[in-house]
Design a protein. Structure first.
Length: 658
């Protein structure tokens, strides 16, 4: 019996939603362990269903966009409606696999990570709804549906980051993430409204053009649909018609505003400041948000609308330069951080910048940058999730987040933990044959194809720094002796349960073998695949190995000399201090908020509100009172006076008539 799993695709985002609601309803009636097991098994079922759907989709004869179970949601007129549905294409299938896999493994890990936490049911509810939000974004058929789930994902990320709301730092981190991403999302919303406006005003002409060209898809009343927005005929129409404002095509303006939202979600410079503070949430949250879900949403939405973005070379160059700055900045700051989760947070920023850089190299004639970005997104999800989950286990064992206070003797007794973390470190460093090596090779080639040698040099430096700071973390945590570190002998030495080891073992296997899955060929069948460039491979191996050897030389053989030199050199100390303070970018935000926004702009607005708005209302009252005072003499409470004024008025009235 042949089962059409594609028709069940609508269940993928629905299952986590139902799981979250049922867990919420039953958490007061069943045991915490049972509710956690139900939540985890539900996500596991969604993951298995995703694999069957993806397998059937990949094996289909013609891989093309498929819209399944589309229903009308909102209707505003004949040519304007918003649908809800499931869109299956290579990009959505790839992201479904990544999100469901990581989410399921994080659920399993969480069962062992927080077994005694009384609030764990609430935690699993948040995880379910967050997963549903990301899956809803991935399979959205139109940009309005995407924005709905985009904001829903931001809401539940706020709840997850602030899960330990008793801590002031957790509350502050959640507010910081929420506010910064809301400012960015405002630009996203404006971009959507502009696209809807120009599509609606030209809908009849666009539909006629599509019909004349016998296009397979005639979106007569679906102007927000991705298939309509990405239609080449629609794009060419707006590209060659004079919809110009300030000398810029209106479609480019809309794309730039959408890009603002993408930069906020994917923590691009200068909107990256929320991501390191988001570490205040439980470690499994870091693995889920920073590896494969929220932070890649910006990359996903640009990839979904890539046909619009590539019509503007200046916009693509802007994406490339912002990605370059972000990748290098994140890598440099990660080199001096001392908290394991902060190192991984800045590593995530750097890797996201790497992906954005690759995406920016995409052009209308060459989509290798697009496929390289998504390939690295695919591999990065697995080894970065392994790094975060491993960090959670290390913190549990050591009782500290500071790598210089971790007892290497205790950690080395957990030999499996050490080897799992080594695999993740090798993968992110780009050492062959681990997954990161192949996806990084694709990014190198995409950048090299642009002919921009400066950007390529930055890529090389970032790759070297990535290998350096990751092996710095590994050597300090596992290899350096306690005499060389300021070890605090308060390690709880907690046991690592099977629930925690199982996801890490699975992710370690994926970190090894995911690079052999040619995602580039699947995403772009005509131009995305390329033969392996052995020169680039050798160059990549040399760069990654150099970072490894430099880190080994400093932290295993010459650390005392290195520490003595850095502690005595004032220039190095100044640089290190600025990097520890994140290049003072956070302080600039604080200065802007407190000194400019609150003290100047807000005070001026408050003064305007008090003196002009409230003053206008008060002026009406004052005028009324003064007028009342001016005729107060008429009110004497004497009948003869009122009779006199009546007669004067009566005579005046008749005199006027005559």
């Amino acid at each position: 019996m042949n089962i059409n799993f594609l028709s069940c695709a609508w269940l993928i985002p629905i299952i986590p939603i139902l799981s979250g609601f049922l867990t919420f309803i039953s958490k007061n009636f069943v045991s915490t362990k049972l509710s956690r097991f139900f939540s985890t098994s539900s996500i596991g079922f969604a993951a298995v269903l995703t694999y069957f759907i993806s397998f059937q989709y990949i094996l289909s004869e013609n891989i093309e966009t498929t819209v399944i179970n589309k229903i009308e949601w909102l209707k505003y007129g004949h040519n304007l409606r918003i649908d809800l549905g499931v869109l299956l294409d290579p990009l959505s299938v790839l992201l479904m696999i990544v999100v469901c896999t990581i989410s399921f493994l994080v659920h399993v890990y969480s069962m062992g990570y927080m077994p005694e936490d009384k609030s764990s049911s609430r935690f699993f509810i948040y995880l379910d709804f967050f997963t549903a939000s990301m899956l809803g974004l991935v399979v959205s058929v139109n940009i309005i549906q995407s924005f709905f789930f985009w904001e829903l994902m931001g809401c539940f990320s706020f709840l997850l980051i602030s899960f330990y709301y008793q801590k002031k730092s957790a509350r502050s981190a959640a507010k910081k993430a929420f506010i910064i991403t809301r400012f960015a999302d405002f630009g996203f919303l404006l971009g959507i409204l502009i696209i809807g406006y120009i599509n609606y005003n030209n809908s009849n002409e666009l539909v006629n053009l599509i019909n004349i060209n016998n296009d397979r898809y005639v979106p007569s009343t679906n102007l927000f649909a991705f298939e309509f927005i990405n239609n080449p005929i629609v794009i060419e129409f707006f590209r060659h018609h004079s919809f110009m404002y300030f000398g810029i095509n209106i479609l480019t303006i809309a794309s730039g505003l959408i890009l603002m939202g993408a930069f906020g979600k994917s923590a691009m410079f200068p909107l990256h400041v929320w991501l390191p503070d988001a570490m205040e949430g439980p470690t499994p949250v870091s693995a889920l948000i920073h590896a494969a879900t929220m932070v890649v949403a910006g990359l996903f939405i640009i990839g979904r609308l890539i046909n619009i973005f590539v019509i503007s070379d200046s916009l693509m160059n802007f994406i490339m330069y912002i990605g370059t700055i972000t990748s290098l900045m994140g890598a440099i700051i990660a080199c001096v951080q001392n908290e394991i989760k902060k190192i991984l947070a800045f590593s995530t920023i750097s890797q996201l910048g790497y992906m954005m850089l690759a995406l920016g190299t995409t052009s209308q004639d060459n989509f290798i940058g697009y496929s390289a970005c998504m390939f690295h997104l695919f591999t990065h999800a697995f080894f970065k999730a392994l790094l975060f989950l491993g960090a959670g286990a290390i913190i549990n064992i050591s009782g500290t987040n500071n790598i210089w206070h971790m007892d290497s003797n205790v950690l080395n007794k957990k030999s499996l933990m050490k080897y799992l973390y080594l695999i993740a470190t090798l993968a992110i460093s780009g050492i062959p044959p681990f997954a990161g090596f192949y996806s990084k090779d694709h990014i190198f080639l995409a950048v090299l194809n642009t002919g921009n040698n400066f950007i390529f040099l930055i890529c090389v430096c970032t790759a070297l720094l990535t290998s350096f700071y990751m092996f710095r973390l590994f050597f300090v945590v596992f290899m350096m002796t306690d005499k060389e570190k300021n070890v605090v002998n308060t390690a709880p030495n907690k046991a690592i349960s099977t629930y925690m080891y199982f996801p890490m073992v699975v992710l370690s296997l994926l970190s090894i073998f995911a690079g052999f899955i040619r995602v580039d060929s699947f995403l772009i069948t005509d131009t995305g695949h390329h033969d392996d460039n052995y020169t680039i491979m050798l160059y990549s191996i040399f760069v990654s190995s150099s970072g490894l050897l430099i880190s080994m030389y400093i932290y295993l053989f010459k650390y005392k000399e290195f520490f003595k030199y850095t502690s005595q050199n004032s220039v190095v100390q100044l640089i290190q201090k600025s990097l520890m303070n994140r290049l003072y970018i956070d302080l600039i935000y604080v200065f802007w908020a407190k000194q400019i926004m609150f003290n100047i702009i807000s005070r001026c607005i408050a003064l305007f509100d008090k003196k002009i708005v409230d003053g206008s209302v008060d002026l009406v009252g004052v005028i009324t009172c003064r007028m009342g005072d001016s005729i107060l003499f008429l009110h004497t409470s004497q009948l003869q006076t009122y009779t006199l004024w009546f007669m004067v008025g009566f005579i005046s009235f008749f005199t006027t008539l005559v």
